[in-house]
Each structure stands twice: as structure tokens, then as C-alpha cells.
Unconditional design. Structure first.
Lengths: 109, 117
């Protein structure tokens, strides 16, 4: 099974900072990767799909890049509402299966 | 606007079967454009995909849970359901249902299921 490893596991940053979170797949997955934001007590929210496509309604400060095994989520200028946990997730087409990374907790410095 | 709502017991005894239902509104489980999935999250931990169902009834499950999981769909009620058998304390988690298009794009609010005697 394909495994996803996120780094770092936690991150402290300040409002206005540019932040990058990395997700590495154990084997190539083309662009079949999504990113989610989860706040305490809430369901995850889809931010990015197909590695770099911004979900409707998501602010443009969020961007995704990568293909194959290495992917990044970038927040260009952190806002107070962005402090949350972020998960990557991959999709395997055959057999159709899904895997999540372990999460990256983004905290206020 | 698509909405999903989980329902079911919040407390299940060890060795029994956990049963949850997801009711979909604003969309149809009969749509051939989407899969319908269950995901869980133990307290303080990460997300784990459990399995999915397609409107036709085809399913696939996480290999780590496959022997204990059944997901079914009721198109007449616009619902899909999860059964997890022989539960232990390790199955205590918030259980989410979600729609799967290019990714998990719509989620229910989640329901906490505790396994305890």
C-alpha cells in the first residue's frame, strides 16, 4: 500500500509568514493528491485536489504543487484563521483506495 | 448545497457491531459521478479511510479493516451505511461520511462512537 509522509509534523509560524508543508509518497502517484485543513472539532475541509487545483471558495493564498512522489502545500501569507492541522491524501486508481498523511499541525508562534 | 449527516449509536459494547448511517441531502447517492465513503479519526489522531461504495453497490475497503467492514447503499432513502463488526476500544473514533469526487469534497459533521462496556 502507498504511504504518505508529511513534514514537518508540527510547525510554528506568525501571521504574514509564507509556509510550506511537504508530502512524500512511497511510490509515484502522478497528480492524485489532495490537501485538507482541519480545525478542532470540525470535519476536514478540501483545499486542493489533483495536486494543484484550488477547490472553489478556497482563498488564493493556498496553492499546491508537485507530481510523482513529492508534493507541497504553500500558504503565501498566513492569516489567523489558517492555524489548523493539514492533511495530504492520495488516491490510487486500481484498486481504488485512499490514504491520508499523518498530518501537520500549524501553530501560532 | 450537498449535505451529509451521520447517525447512529454513540456507545457500542466491545465485540458488538458498530452501525452508522449517512443521509445525503442536496445530492443523490445514485449519481454515477461520485463515490460515497466512510473515514474515521481516533481522538487526537489522524484520518483513516475505511471504505467506499458506488451507487451500483460496488465497494472497496481499507485492507486493515476489510474483514470487519460492510458498506451498503439505499438509493430509495438516499443513504449509505457502515457496519463494523467485533469492535474493540481501538475502534473508538469520530466517524465521518463523505462524498468522493476528485477528492473528499463534502463531509458530514462527524459522530463520536465510543467502544466501552
Amino acid at each position: 500500500a502507498i504511504q504518505l509522509t508529511q513534514s514537518p509534523s508540527s510547525l510554528s509560524a506568525s501571521v504574514g509568514d509564507r509556509v510550506t508543508i511537504t508530502c512524500r509518497a512511497s511510490q509515484g502517484i502522478s497528480s492524485a493528491l489532495a490537501w485538507y485543513q482541519q480545525k478542532p472539532g470540525k470535519a476536514p475541509k478540501l483545499l486542493i485536489y489533483d495536486a494543484s487545483s484550488l477547490e472553489s471558495g478556497v482563498p488564493s493564498r493556498f496553492s499546491g504543487s508537485g507530481s510523482g512522489t513529492d508534493f507541497t502545500l504553500t500558504i503565501s501569507s498566513l492569516q489567523p484563521e489558517d492555524f489548523a492541522t493539514y492533511y495530504c491524501q492520495q488516491f490510487n486508481s486500481y484498486p481504488r483506495m485512499y490514504t491520508f498523511g499523518q498530518g501537520t499541525k500549524l501553530e501560532i508562534k | 448545497q450537498v449535505q451529509l449527516q451521520e447517525s447512529g449509536p454513540g456507545l457500542v459494547k466491545p465485540s458488538e457491531t458498530l452501525s452508522l448511517t449517512c443521509t445525503v441531502s442536496g445530492g443523490s447517492v445514485s449519481s454515477g459521478s461520485y463515490y460515497w465513503s466512510w473515514i474515521r479519526q481516533p481522538p487526537g489522531k489522524g484520518l483513516e479511510w475505511i471504505g467506499y461504495i458506488y451507487y451500483s453497490g460496488s465497494t472497496n475497503y481499507n485492507p486493515s479493516l476489510k474483514s470487519r467492514v460492510t458498506i451498503s447503499v439505499d438509493t430509495s432513502k438516499n443513504q449509505f451505511s457502515l457496519k463494523l463488526s467485533s469492535v474493540t476500544a481501538a475502534d473508538t473514533a469520530v466517524y465521518y461520511c463523505a462524498r468522493v469526487g476528485r477528492a473528499f469534497d463534502y463531509w458530514g459533521q462527524g459522530t463520536l462512537v465510543t467502544v466501552s462496556s
